[in-house]
Design a protein around this ligand. Sequence first.
Ligand code: SF4
Ligand code: SF4
Length: 259
Amino acid sequence: MAATRKPKLAVWKFSSCDGCQLTLLDCEDELLALVGEVEIANFPEASRTVVKGPYDLSLVEGSITTPHDAERIHQVRRSSKLLVTIGACATAGGIQALKNFKDVREFISIVYATPAYIDTLNKSTPIADHVRVDFELRGCPINKNQLVEVISAFLHGRKPNTPAHSVCIECKQRGTVCVMVAQGTPCLGPVTHAGCGAICPSYNRGCYGCFGPMETPNTESLSGRWTGLGVKQQDLLRVFRSFNANAEPFRRESERHED
Ligand code: SF4
Ligand code: SF4
């Protein structure tokens, strides 16, 4: 009797720091179980072995910042039955999307000794701006438990259970007293996507939005609350302009605080 073929898993890197791929490597025990369930067919950070596609599930880390990557992502899409983007770079453009607010030619001439060697696009954009994406997993970096949930869900043909509510709900679930109400600490939790388990408020500091915007964020209202706490316009611009600066609700809110 022919053996059942294991689903092929591929991991692809675009412009990123590799932190989200490291989250997958950091799964350790779960990774051993995963290896029993899938064939890791393409994961250069873990192995030099590359098995030809098509792939059942592709995980894509990183944003599109070069003309070459803008072509390569279409090849990845064509060879993947399901494509899941992982992390703020892939889902929003990442910290490198700060260049979207400036003229990139200025940076090139200042930073590089030989600017002629640099072949870059004007903007850093998420994967979903270029190809169809089946699911976006947020975070900078992503959360390990959520990653295992997403892989397991797609391998079993079900929808991943990753709530789209705010970090505030996670504070309530773990019994953390609200840092903004109790201590007057500015916190982006009310507009930030859940997934981290509300780590920062549990250490008495405000959330700085590394999981990006939640489903229906009221950023304007939160900015008003921060202003009441004494936060200046220029600082409001900066807090919305970090890892998820190019995510639409955060981008619009940061632009409201430009001079
Ligand atoms: S989302 Fe954050 S951790 Fe993941 S690759 Fe991008 S910069 Fe690194
Ligand atoms: S609390 Fe906010 S900044 Fe801290 S890890 Fe969670 S989403 Fe990121």
